[in-house]
Design a binder for this molecule. Structure first.
Ligand code: FEO
Ligand code: CA
Ligand code: CA
Ligand code: CA
Length: 632
């Protein structure tokens, strides 16, 4: 029933035909041949010889990681380079309070237990330091696996079960403290500890708040909403708040009757059968035929103050409504706050928000309203003579065809139906934009395009940053804003890496020159830079380790040098997991990563406890035996 599978749908991915490559794909191949022939240049990009690649290479410092890369693995454990260790910080169901019960593997515990425990399927996370050895962690709990949540696997769902599932979602906030050997532990009953879930009261704010499309029978203000869900990845602001991103919210809505969906609901994937959660069968709020505006109240970026457990989470409508992956926030050199946002669905788009106001480091409370007002843009990519160029197109009512005549009554409609607006202005359809990360120097931004089996079908032409038909490996895009100014409408782009399998293919599906038999992977998803500028890449892909994916093993994490393009495998996860979520302790001697859904769909995993234990999503700490900085 997992939505992940609906999205990825590897089972149905047809084998690739080795013909019909685009001109661009040919360029990828010849690039490989050129480099494979022993040219004495160090490049990471299929376009590295273009002016774009040269400009990018010159703008970043070499930060090669110093560890011995590891081989692929299919073992039900975490594998790391020599000199590195791992340990679990927290697993699904661990109590955040002393009066909450310990995890009960029977699948029969009541909803009330889950409400006081760490949620399921942890994803994006941020750390908010209190001192050198104390910090508050805010972390997403994206979804839940009914096959493990319930002894009946969801087949005899009650209203209490629905509540339990809702409490397994959302965000967990808790304090952690540093102990020996750079290991941290959860502090039960800290005043910061809090569960935010599908029943938590929140406020819709910004330009769309209070609009008729956001009003329901239960909320005639159009501003008061309960809950956040499918919290995928995240963002962190310099004013001390956490951003959680609502991704596949559509799957929680359903209806008894087919054919009730509006055109706009279809555009967001709302379907009568939902994704199998079946909340609508017990709670009318999730029956979109009865409450057609309730789905409009999800699909936003939510700002949370992790330091105040009584604060109300704010849904920031200025950042648009779509299937938000993460929110990569960058304070531009002129003080405007820029937030890059991916919409993770085949053929959807890449967005950018620019705040109206400017960041003021000496007045943090004034910064709290920066995400309330600004301009949303969507990306359009072009390529001329092998050179990647692009522009950001403004999504403002009255401009670029976003008019009443074209079905947009006002700015609120542009934001609520951002996908429709993006299509109206001619945005480029992308291969599922996942995380965006901005290099610490501010020079470039990177985005994982995880895969897209539909590339090449109608409306999704092959080319530009999406160079391969039936793309089941994915690629990493990067762009450089004109004049180093992220508010500029113009940018240059190239592909940092095109994933592939050089063991199985010798064409464009072998990948770019920086992909080899020792580091191959598929479906890049989570990415983030450490303070020194190393790029960490996490995968959420096909782990069958056969056919097109032979030799790739379980999902993994790699480390790349943005300058040279070198990519080295750093970590392999347990059976049937995804690696997602990344943050560091303030001294960068502990790396926190997420192991999500080990053993999904009842595959044989007992991670992390081993033996016959039920597999549990967990936050894992990576440390070095010599206590050094991770990757250095
Ligand atoms: Fe929740 Fe697109 O990953
Ligand atoms: Ca993801
Ligand atoms: Ca993914
Ligand atoms: Ca996942």
């Amino acid at each position: 029933m997992s939505q992940r599978h609906d999205l990825l749908d590897f089972e149905n991915t047809p084998r690739l035909e080795e013909t019909e490559f685009s001109q661009l794909a040919d360029a990828v191949i010849s690039r490989r041949k050129l480099l494979g022939a022993g040219m004495a240049i160090s490049v990471g990009s299929v376009f590295a010889l273009s002016p774009v690649g040269k400009a990018l290479a010159a703008s970043s410092k070499s930060m090669a990681a110093h560890f011995e890369p590891i081989a692929a693995s299919t073992a039900d454990t975490i594998v790391l380079p020599k000199g590195y260790n791992w340990d679990v910080l927290v697993s699904w169901g661990d109590p955040l309070f002393t009066n909450a019960p310990e995890f009960d593997p029977s699948g029969t515990c009541p909803a009330a237990d889950q409400e006081q425990q760490f949620g399921d399927n942890n994803d994006g996370m941020s750390l908010f330091p209190l001192s050198d050895d104390r910090a508050v962690m805010a972390i997403n709990n994206e979804y839940t696996n009914y096959e493990y949540l319930f002894d009946h696997q969801g087949n005899k769902l009650t209203m209490d079960d629905v509540l339990k599932a809702q409490y397994a979602h959302g965000v967990s906030v808790f304090e952690i403290r540093k102990g020996a050997a750079n290991r941290w532990s959860l502090v039960k009953d800290s005043k910061y500890n809090r569960r935010i879930h599908v029943q938590t009261e929140m406020e819709l704010t910004g330009p769309a708040a209070g609009h008729d499309l956001l009003k329901t029978a239960a909320d005639t203000s159009g501003k008061k909403v309960f809950g956040t869900m499918n919290n995928c990845s995240n963002g962190q602001t310099p004013w001390g708040t956490y951003l959680t991103c609502e991704e596949n919210f559509n799957g929680y809505f359903g209806s008894a009757n087919e054919g009730q969906e509006s055109t706009e609901q279809k555009l967001y994937g709302i379907k009568a059968k939902g994704a199998g959660y079946n909340w609508h069968k017990h709670d009318d709020r999730f029956d979109f035929a009865k409450n057609p505006n309730e789905p409009h109240r999800f699909g936003w970026v939510v700002e949370i103050d992790p330091m105040d457990p009584n604060s109300k989470p704010m849904k920031r409508t200025a950042l648009g409504r779509f299937k938000h992956e993460n929110a990569a926030l960058h304070v531009n050199k002129d003080g405007h706050v820029v937030v890059y946002l991916g919409d993770d669905e085949r053929g959807e788009h890449l967005y950018k928000f620019v705040s109206k106001g400017k960041y003021n480091p000496s007045n943090q409370s004034a910064n709290r309203s920066l995400l309330e007002e600004g301009t949303l843009y969507v990306a359009q990519f072009t390529m001329t003579d092998g050179k990647g160029q692009g522009k950001w197109i403004e999504l403002t009512h009255g401009k670029n065809g976003l008019t009443s005549a074209n079905g947009f009554a006002d700015q609120a409609e542009v934001l609520i139906f951002a996908r429709k607006a993006a299509k109206q202005v001619g945005a480029t359809t992308m291969d599922r934009p996942e995380w965006v990360a901005v290099h610490p120097s501010g020079s470039q931004a990177y985005c994982t395009l995880t895969n897209n089996k539909n590339r090449g079908k109608e409306g999704q032409p092959v080319g530009g940053p999406n160079p391969r038909e039936k793309n089941h490996y994915g690629q990493i895009l990067r762009w450089t804003p004109a004049n180093g100014d992220h508010t500029n409408h113009i940018f240059e782009w190239d592909l940092f890496a095109v994933a592939g399998n050089p063991d199985v293919h010798s064409d464009a599906y072998a990948g770019s020159a920086n992909i080899n038999k020792g580091n191959m992977f598929n479906s890049p998803d989570g990415i983030g830079f450490d303070k020194d500028g190393r790029l960490w890449i996490q995968t959420d892909g096909n782990y069958k380790n056969e056919g097109d994916f032979a030799g790739m093993g379980n999902n993994q994490m790699l480390c790349a040098d943005p300058d040279s393009g070198e990519i080295k495998r750093f970590l392999v996860g347990p059976v049937a997991c995804e690696i997602t979520g990344l943050t560091f302790s303030p001294d960068h001697r502990t790396m926190f990563i997420g192991i999500q859904h080990p053993g999904e769909d009842l595959q044989a995993s007992n991670f992390p406890q081993g033996g016959n234990a039920k597999p549990r999503s967990s936050v894992v700490m990576i440390t070095r035996e010599d206590g050094g900085v991770i990757g250095a």
